[in-house]
Design a protein around this ligand. Sequence first.
Ligand code: PRP
Length: 187
Amino acid sequence: MSWQREPRANGVAKILITEQELQRRIYELGKELDGHFGDRVPLFVGVLNGAVAFMTDLMRAMTIPVEIDFMATSSYGNSTTSSGVVRIIKDLNQPIDGRHLMVVEDIVDSGLTLRYLLEMLEARNPASITVVALLRKNKPDAVDVQVDFIGFDIPDEFVIGYGLDFAERYRNLPYVAVLDPSTIVDE
Ligand code: PRP
């Protein structure tokens, strides 16, 4: 192919995880999850919007049969810090009792979204819940929440790209980057 990606978009202070590093780790996670589920057919529960890039790459890194569904939550609005309020904007399309769920999150920050989501899913009596998060922030005050598989532990900085947004932008970057703080002031 003759095309080349732009090395850096406006608003990017530094690239934290390159496209190649992401894809390599996601391939590994896919193999680990193949082994984890074995003969069980997981129902992927993708948490919109952030998890879209990760989920589509992760499911293609797996060889066992999987099914997919999506939920949408909102905790941040257009701010850079968590409001602590989690709202369900879109629910799953199907009942999940007896199903083996694979909850796919892009990032665990305060942990509030995931905690709320897991409580809600558990109440619907699935056979099991496995949680995979691409990123987990190193945050001492984060709530204790189940995460079974993690792509990368990252420092507590505002990250964008590969599904993660600032004011709904930057989700399309193929890498994970730290947002330039001057972008926040300008918005
Ligand atoms: C982001 C992210 C997680 C959540 C993590 O979602 O996708 O779902 O925040 O933060 P927490 O651990 O502090 O709860 P957001 O509500 O920003 O929606 P989005 O996925 O559409 O960006």
